[in-house]
Design a protein around this ligand. Sequence first.
Ligand code: FAD
Length: 394
Amino acid sequence: MSDLVEATREFIQQRVIPHDDAHDGDVEAAGGDTLRVTLQAEARERGLLAPHGPTDCGGLGLGMVDRAPVFEEAGYSLFGPMALNVNAPDEGNMHLLDHVATADQRERYLRPLVTGQVRSAFAMTEPAPGAGADPGMLSTRASRVDGGWLVNGTKWFITGADGAAFFIIMARTSGEVGETGGATMLLAPADRDGLDVVRHVGTVDKSMIGGHCEVRFTDLFVPDEDVLGGIDEGFRFAQVRLGPARMTHVMRWTGAARRAHETALRYVAGRASFGSRIGDLGLAQQMIADSEIDLAATRALLHAACVELDAGGHASAATSIAKTFAAEALHRVADRAQQLCGGAGVSTELPVARIAREIRPFRIYDGPSEVHRWSIARRALRRVEAADKAGTTA
Ligand SMILES: Cc1cc2nc3c(=O)[nH]c(=O)nc-3n(C[C@H](O)[C@H](O)[C@H](O)COP(=O)(O)OP(=O)(O)OC[C@H]3O[C@@H](n4cnc5c(N)ncnc54)[C@H](O)[C@@H]3O)c2cc1C
């Protein structure tokens, strides 16, 4: 295992970081899909591609606990997850397809994704009044027709949509907007009539290939064989993707935050101010120590959630807690690194400003912090109420 971590670190340092640094983490400016194909070919040669992917499709089959240090090394460069084929949304889609796809879907969609032949997208979020933090607002409709479904609706913020070979679409097959059931996951090749990537939505981050796009479905036909999982069971099957995908984001962003922190440590070790190294000044030491604590606590919460996931649990509470803490803690680490580096910390001279920029949206996607806190609090109340009813301790 440690050999794989070491080999990943070496690959990222030698072959990936130079592209990241030369283009300030802007993946399209660095070459987009051309760069992806080049780096993935090299990762494949080194035996590093898709460490989490199922082995029958060409991956290395690592579980959640084992993949954590590898993904952290990949995340050390903003382009590292793409280079190893462990980036969002492809990595989460692989996990979902591995658990839910039929044998035929596995061949047509999962295998080319694991081998890096294609990219994919996961289309859930909609402009108001559709699905956002509240998935029950799902408004994209799939209506029954002979041999399949006709999909109509608009999605946005769909990562990787520009250049994706296929989409996993969450659409309402029954029930009304505001109801929590009635969703179905549908697979659709990107070149099918009725599926249009309308535009890129401009966002602060720049490192995710294929952008975050608005996508429109107009009478898009999805045959029955491309229903993923069961009809009206989309939310249940989406849970398969949700917990692990939250945790792999934590792994990758831990790597990025660690790079920001280490960059700041080198800066304050080498820069003098008011007669001492900045790193020896008390207020600077407080920031350094707090970042060490945030990184260690993130890894500990991540590990606890991954143990639960590897044991076959949904780990809903553990992943919610780890995701909320990590999204905030890792951004604090990157922000402190910016402060410690002075002017260079808000410039393109060092990687810290772009790392802060890239981590910021993590507090919003995969469930905004407020929504996670809401469900963490509700679980806590239910626990005490259940214990009181049973006459036990919570
Ligand atoms: C960079 C990026 C990439 C993304 N990639 C994808 C993707 O690939 N596929 C996809 O489907 N979606 C994607 N999304 C969308 C993302 O999942 C949504 O932005 C997120 O679910 C929030 O939905 P919303 O933007 O509609 O916010 P809204 O639902 O409008 O919520 C706005 C804010 O309201 C507050 N809020 C909401 N509910 C509560 C509550 N119960 N209690 C307190 N406060 C609350 C929160 O602060 C929240 O941030 C991406 C978003 C970003 C920024």
